[in-house]
Ligand binder design. Structure first.
Ligand code: SAH
Ligand code: SF4
Length: 510
């Protein structure tokens, strides 16, 4: 059998049964060939003609020889991603590694041979959701006992022992700083190792090339891992470790790779991209990195997230004036409006400083969209403090706000801070804040009616009828088109503003 057009399946059988299995497979007239990888451990590789994998698997299963689950070949994986864009990037990394190894993406968990749960632990709610999702995945495995189940992401760093004691039959656990070790984990599993745990930091991952099937128009590129800020409420520095900036050469190579796959818009990722710093003598700063990236040929749009207000320098603000492909949008989490609360949070800026930054940003780019994260009910937050939050919300006029009730996280400083705000009070403040923000968001969308916006077309919209794209300010626009304009920058006349999207009509085709 020639290598080309074959699929490799690797697994282990009792070592004294290798010959038996080999003879059986020979009897099937060249459909499959067995190669012994490790005679002592019974680790074997079966080469199968493409398209016959399921038939051969049936034969092997019927012999009831396998000690282990099958790895490799055209098996299917399913990844569930929770939390932030950093997790989405890590999931994309695992997806590409698996595709490179011949796996396929399953259309549902129930059809998968490997399920990976990429977890978030920033608040109690996602943590609880992760545990309940894991329960569901393991329930599905009862019907598909060969299925591999792995947990990755922040919950692994935070609570690996608890996960293992609650769910002892997991196949692998990888903490966020070790994700580039995923390929080795697959290797160890294929050699029959059980419950592989990877928690020691590995080098930062680089996305492997994808066999371009359906190219995306937008992509994330991680430029740094971890955080050194230790805001008093936040678990991220504990679970993602200290800041590590990525080599600009790797960043540029990855961006070029993505562009060659058809990507037009890149979002640079980091917990606090403003403190990006690389090199010894002549350190490359974040504004420097932006300028480098902006000259990459074929890149149409550039975004980044997240920025910490304490590190938003004038030099970075100037980039909005001078780099045309930098989008008209900045996510600048403020967290609270009261200086007392900001100080208790350890944010190292004041409300006045934040307002000044917004003013400078609007001087650099008149119609820049500013989005934010806000928290209510931080320990010690009074009604007057909360009024300051409402006030800054009105004064800035955020385009979008992600708002949360403060959630106590074990291991953080704020966990020990008192007095805690009662749950009902937190819920009440969140409701009031969200009501105010809804009005502001509606106004921001309404203001675009009867205007012309430049839109990068991302593909068909969810309804299958329209096409969908985004404005430079990151607002979704749906429109009808006879031809597929995916990947093109076009001009759209906005006819109507809906709650969280815009509806428009194409006015140019160039
Ligand atoms: N690095 C980013 C965001 C990290 S986490 C930054 O510095 O802004 C994303 C958001 O989750 C935070 O902005 C904050 O609003 C929220 N968050 C973090 N810890 C939280 C906690 N303990 N309770 C409630 N919300 C929290
Ligand atoms: Fe958490 Fe603060 Fe770091 Fe953001 S900057 S990840 S909120 S510690």
């Amino acid at each position: 059998m020639k290598e080309k057009g074959n699929v490799k399946l690797t697994f282990t059988v009792p070592s004294n049964r290798i010959m038996f299995l080999s003879n059986i497979l020979m009897g099937y007239d060249g459909m499959a060939l067995l190669r012994t990888l490790d005679a002592k451990r019974g680790s074997v590789e079966v080469m199968v003609s493409r398209g016959l994998e399921d038939r051969v698997m049936e034969i092997i299963e019927s012999l009831d020889l396998k000690k282990d689950r099958v790895l490799g070949g055209r098996k299917k994986f399913y990844i569930v991603t929770m939390g932030c864009q950093m997790n989405e990037y890590d999931s994309e990394y695992m997806r590409r590694v698996l595709l490179k190894k011949g796996w396929e993406e399953a259309s549902s968990l129930e059809k998968s041979d490997m399920a990976i749960l990429n977890t978030c632990t920033v608040r109690k709610k996602p943590e609880q959701k992760a545990l309940s999702l894991l329960g569901r995945i393991l329930h599905v495995r009862k019907k598909r006992p060969h299925m591999l189940v792995g947990v990755v992401g922040c919950l692994v760093e935070h609570k690996a022992e608890e996960i293992i004691s609650k769910f002892p039959n997991l196949d692998f656990l990888i903490s966020p700083g070790s994700i580039s070790g995923f390929e080795n984990v697959l290797e160890e599993l294929s050699q029959g190792k059980k419950c592989v745990i990877l928690r020691d930091p590995t080098k930062l991952p680089c996305l492997p090339q994808k066999e371009a099937k359906k190219a995306s128009v937008t992509a994330y590129v991680s430029i740094m891992q971890g955080c050194n800020n230790y805001c008093t409420y936040c678990v991220v520095p504990y679970v993602r470790g200290p800041e590590r900036s990525r080599d600009p050469k790797d960043i540029l190579n990855e961006i070029r790779l993505l562009i060659s796959e058809g990507v037009k818009e890149i979002t640079l990722l980091g917990q606090n991209v403003n403190s990006y710093s690389y090199g010894d003598k002549r350190r490359l700063s974040f504004p420097g990195l932006l300028r480098l990236i902006s000259s990459v040929e074929g890149l149409e749009r550039l975004r980044f997230t997240t920025s910490h207000p304490k590190d938003l320098s004038d030099e970075l603000i100037l980039c909005f004036k001078e780099i045309p492909i930098l989008c008209n949008h900045l996510h600048l989490p403020v967290q609270a409006g009261s200086n007392k609360v900001l100080s208790l949070m350890g944010r190292n800026y004041t409300k006045e400083h934040y307002l000044k930054l917004v003013e400078k940003l609007r001087e650099a780019r008149e119609d820049i969209a500013i989005t934010t994260d806000m928290m209510v009910g931080f320990p010690g937050e009074t009604e007057e403090d909360f009024q300051e939050t409402l006030d800054i919300t009105r004064r800035v006029g955020f385009d979008i706000m992600f708002s949360f009730k403060y959630s106590d996280r074990e291991g953080t400083e704020a966990f020990h801070l008192t007095p805690k705000v009662p749950e009902e009070e937190k819920a009440n403040r969140l409701l009031r804040l969200q009501e105010l923000q809804r009005e502001i968001t509606t106004q921001k969308y309404k203001a675009l009616e009867k205007k012309i916006c430049e839109v990068l077309v991302e593909g068909r919209s969810k309804d299958g009828l329209h096409y969908m794209g985004r404005t430079s300010t990151n607002k979704i626009v749906n429109f009808l088109s006879q031809s597929d304009l995916t990947g093109r920058l076009i001009e759209v006349y906005i006819e109507e503003a809906l709650n969280n999207s815009l509806r428009g009509r194409i006015i140019t085709r160039e």
